[in-house]
Ligand binder design. Structure first.
Ligand code: FE2
Ligand code: FE2
Length: 468
């Protein structure tokens, strides 16, 4: 572990002069991107952050006050496995790739660029949120997520610059040039071009969209391209906190709404300054459906190629499966044919996006169960739910068709008529925004959200997480 170098790393960077030079050249561009597109304001404030300093499961992180521009973004890979093998696909059992195999070069670069693009994109989406934080605890969590997404960008840039030569360097530069939501140079994936300008959006984003990240990284952590697998394994350690922020954030909003509803059953919770359950439901519908798109088409020759090549596996490929070739299996899914939903059987390898999406949905359902428990605990019978996976999709088999929240095919006209019941309207968004008044006094919290049950790393909620 080289922590004192300009770029902290555990990849012996100082012994690879060419790569070190490329990364040191990229560093000031990253910092100027961070300055322009990172969190607005607060850059000079001390934030109580964790910084990765090791990759072991114990004690990998150090907590202290840091000014964000001075955060030690580094390159950390899980240790190499001796005799690592390609764990699935046509080359199953062959030695893992330590260099990029020529025939898979374009596919691999595309995978890494697509993952890499999401990291700075989310920072851009969230850059104004510090100004409206519900508490110092939440502000600190926002900035923690932001600096770690910055580190994830470093992780992907390391792979591009270290293994893809000239075009890898060009791609690394382009990662700092695209902008979330900019029509001329948008980010690659649509969920990362959607505004995330209030805290309900932020919690839903970190719950649903960062969770997509968990599944993509898990599939890449199985990769036969070992540097990618080792990079992603360590990123997953950090990612867990991002999902925690979203999951518990939504849970706390639900809890507070339930408390306010109980106070006065006959009154609209808006009158008490809470976020009504139907608005929470619409935000869930919005971010869940956009996040489902991130897994790609249901029937995909890319997914088959990536698996065959040993580049991208299934979720817990080694733990969950015995047949790592998956050449003969089939998968049945619903598709639209002649205006009707009908089952179609497809070769398993072509259905791997859908298989991964299924794992993701199961995980999201657990979150819903926790939020519904918060409602039960407050004695309410109302329930939140996930919309059907076909609802409001822009990628894959269901894009271009209209479905209701239960997943039944409906006409475009009907969808347009009902849309305001299912997805956030301008009025809903304006109402949520109207609640977003910053609360920055130590130990205080906004009225529309409940405090967390505990603080960060043994600190109480009443702790000066950000020194303003
Ligand atoms: Fe990330
Ligand atoms: Fe994340």
């Amino acid at each position: 572990m080289n922590l004192n170098e300009r770029i902290p790393n555990n990849v012996n960077l100082s012994e690879d002069k060419r790569l070190q030079r490329a990364l040191e050249k990229w560093l000031p561009n990253f910092l100027s991107w961070w300055h322009d597109m990172g969190p607005d304001g607060f850059q000079e404030k001390d934030v109580w952050l964790r910084t990765a300093i090791d990759v072991g499961s114990e004690g990998w992180a150090h907590f202290d006050y840091v000014k964000m521009p001075e955060y030690r973004w580094g390159i950390f890979l899980e240790p190499a496995q001796p005799d690592a093998k390609v764990g699935f696909g046509d080359n199953y059992g062959a030695p893992a790739y330590q260099e990029v195999p020529g025939e898979f070069r374009n596919a691999l670069r595309r995978i890494i660029v697509t993952q890499g693009d999401t990291e700075p994109a989310s920072v851009e989406q969230q850059r104004q949120l510090g100004h409206t934080c519900p508490s110092l605890y939440d502000m600190r969590n926002l900035f923690q997520v932001n600096v770690e997404e910055g580190r994830h960008l470093w992780a992907m840039v390391y792979l591009l610059q270290g293994y893809f030569g000239r075009d890898g360097r060009d791609e690394a530069d382009a990662l700092l040039e695209r902008r979330s939501g900019n029509p001329d140079k948008p980010r690659i994936l649509e969920a990362f071009n959607q505004p995330c300008d209030d805290w309900l959006n932020f919690y839903a984003f970190t719950m649903f969209t960062d969770r997509d990240g968990k599944y993509q990284l898990s599939a890449l952590a199985e990769s036969g391209f070992e540097p990618l697998a080792r990079t992603c394994r360590f990123m997953l350690t950090e990612e867990a906190h991002h999902m925690f922020v979203g999951d518990t954030g939504l849970s706390r909003v639900v809890k507070r709404t339930a408390q306010l509803m109980k106070q006065n059953r006959s009154e609209d919770v808006r009158a008490l300054g809470g976020i009504p359950l139907d608005i929470i439901q619409k935000y869930i519908n919005f971010w869940f459906s956009y996040s489902l798109d991130l897994f790609g088409g249901e029937i995909s020759s890319n997914s088959a190629d990536f698996f065959a090549a040993g580049l991208k596996g299934r979720f817990k490929e080694q733990e969950q499966y015995t047949d790592h070739i998956a050449a003969d299996g089939t998968f049945t899914m619903m598709v639209v044919e002649n205006g009707k939903l009908v089952p179609r059987e497809v070769p398993l390898r072509n259905a791997l996006n859908e298989v991964l999406r299924g794992e993701y949905v199961k995980d999201c359902e657990k979150g819903l169960a926790r939020w519904n428990k918060a409602l039960t605990d407050e004695g309410l019978s109302e329930r939140l739910c996930l919309p059907n996976i076909r609802f409001h999709r822009h990628v894959g088999e269901y894009a271009g068709h209209s479905f209701n929240i239960e997943g039944n095919l409906i006409s475009k006209e009907e969808f347009e008529m009902k849309k305001s019941e299912w997805l956030p309207t301008i009025e809903d968004r304006e109402y949520v925004r109207s609640l977003m008044k910053p609360v920055t006094e130590i130990g205080k919290i906004a009225n529309w959200i409940a405090p967390p049950t505990s603080g960060i790393k043994g600190k109480p909620f009443e702790f000066e997480y950000v020194r303003l």
